[in-house]
Design a protein around this ligand. Structure first.
Ligand SMILES: NC(=O)c1ccc[n+]([C@@H]2O[C@H](COP(=O)([O-])OP(=O)(O)OC[C@H]3O[C@@H](n4cnc5c(N)ncnc54)[C@H](O)[C@@H]3O)[C@@H](O)[C@H]2O)c1
Length: 379
């Protein structure tokens, strides 16, 4: 146990990677009494200093300086995906627990090595998406656990639209390996399903691209044609260890836009989850024999990004398992890779990793309560 954790009290955090998504994290994390954001780091020092100034964070500088802070117990890695493993490995080597934005790594082999390194070092890994900890998905999770739909049997999940090149000024990366609808949006849907059904055992899929090239639709490079290098329509079938199954369509090839569609069917009712890419949203339940849906409002915190860091921090103090774990992130990454492979091989592909299904958050879980304050040593 580090000297900081032995002291109890709020958990010290450093943010590494002060780009677009860091603002949402910093806004929320600086409002949670159980976290103390102590340092902002980036390759671009000016960017780190600007974010530190904007959110009253006391320190700013290089990644090495962030890792040298003795009071920092969690490094929140918000760098670009290609830097996730290098930054996370350095943080683990410095004895820090880490929270990583998605994806945990570019491939499941590197993600597995990170988990092994963390286990050896005795530190924890948490990973996005933490939308599964938001009020919407947690209310759905509690309803499913209380068996309002009976035992869950099957799921239908759908994200479709014409693709992001019409509005994104630099969309090429979204059509290259590591992205596409499967790897860019799949984590939200498959993580939500994993928290309901537990580990998957095998997948089958077909994938194709409607167009070999696309044209940028907005910004200074509008009109530029670029190559599509990944399937832009993926239909997948996932089987879970209990025998349940999910049918999933992830597509940038549809003139019709529809997203956030996740229906879980049990023996007694079908439950429509809120959008798994959001922290809020109501739940709809369609009972067997009913004529229509019944809405159930979401209850619980919908603060947004950073809830997973807070749950990790509280877990460090209490010893309880944190919910948005590296194990789930690795498992979901392996599912995505297996779907990608199956679309090429045309056969079922096994999923070998596993995870322990996390407990649902209590309904009264309050990010703004200072639950660790009474452990703090007198000044
Ligand atoms: N932008 C979003 O809406 C969004 C949504 C969900 C998830 N994410 C995820 O968040 C992460 C960051 O995305 P973003 O949009 O903020 O990217 P960004 O490019 O805006 O910011 C990334 C920052 O990381 C810094 N950086 C890169 N390599 C580094 C290194 N080795 N050491 C220190 N700093 C380094 C860059 O200088 C930059 O400031 C990605 O993993 C992305 O998938 C982003």
């Amino acid at each position: 146990m580090s000297p900081a954790s032995a002291a109890g009290g709020p958990v010290g955090v450093a943010v590494v990677g002060c780009g677009t998504i860091s603002t949402a994290y910093l806004r929320n994390m600086t409002s949670f009494p159980d976290l103390r954001v102590l340092f902002c780091a980036d390759l671009d020092i000016e960017r780190a200093k600007a974010q530190a100034a904007a959110f009253d964070v006391p320190g700013a500088g290089t990644v090495a300086e962030a890792l040298a802070q003795p009071e920092v117990e969690i490094v929140v890695n918000l760098t670009v995906p290609a830097a996730h493993v290098a930054v996370s490995s350095a943080a683990i080597a410095a004895g820090k627990s880490i929270w990583v934005e998605k994806p945990l790594a570019l491939d499941s082999a590197s993600a597995g090595e990170l988990l092994a390194a963390a286990a050896t070092a005795g530190v924890r890994i948490g990973c996005a998406p933490d939308t599964v900890l938001g009020a919407g998905l947690q209310t759905a999770r509690r309803l499913i656990d209380s068996r309002v739909i009976g035992p869950p049997q099957t799921a239908l999940a759908l994200l479709q639209g014409p693709g992001p090149e019409s509005w994104h000024p630099d969309p090429e990366f979204l059509f290259q390996p590591g992205a596409g609808p499967l790897f860019d949006m799949g984590p939200y849907y498959l993580t939500a399903l994993a928290t309901v059904f537990g580990p998957a055992t095998r997948v089958a899929a077909v994938g194709r691209s409607a167009k070999p090239t696309r044209v940028i639709g907005s910004g200074p490079r509008a009109g530029t044609e670029f190559r599509v290098e990944v399937p832009t329509h993926v239909s997948a079938l996932v089987e879970y260890e209990g025998g349940q199954s999910a049918t999933i369509v992830l597509s940038f090839d549809s003139p019709l836009s529809r997203h956030g569609f996740v229906e879980i069917s049990g023996t007694a009712a079908t439950l429509a989850m809120p959008d798994p890419n959001r922290f809020d949203g109501d739940i709809q339940i369609h009972d067997l024999g009913a004529r229509d849906w019944t809405a159930v409002p979401a209850s619980g915190p919908a603060d947004g990004r950073g809830l997973g860091v807070l749950d990790l921090a509280r877990g460090l103090r209490s010893g309880a398992a944190h919910r948005a774990s590296g194990e789930i992130a690795l498992h979901v990454l392996e599912i995505l890779e297996a779907i990608d492979r199956s679309a090429v091989t045309g056969t079922f592909e096994p999923v070998l990793t596993s995870f322990t299904r996390p407990a649902a958050l209590p309904e009264d879980w309050d990010p703004h309560a200072g639950t660790l304050a009474d452990l703090r040593e007198p000044a």
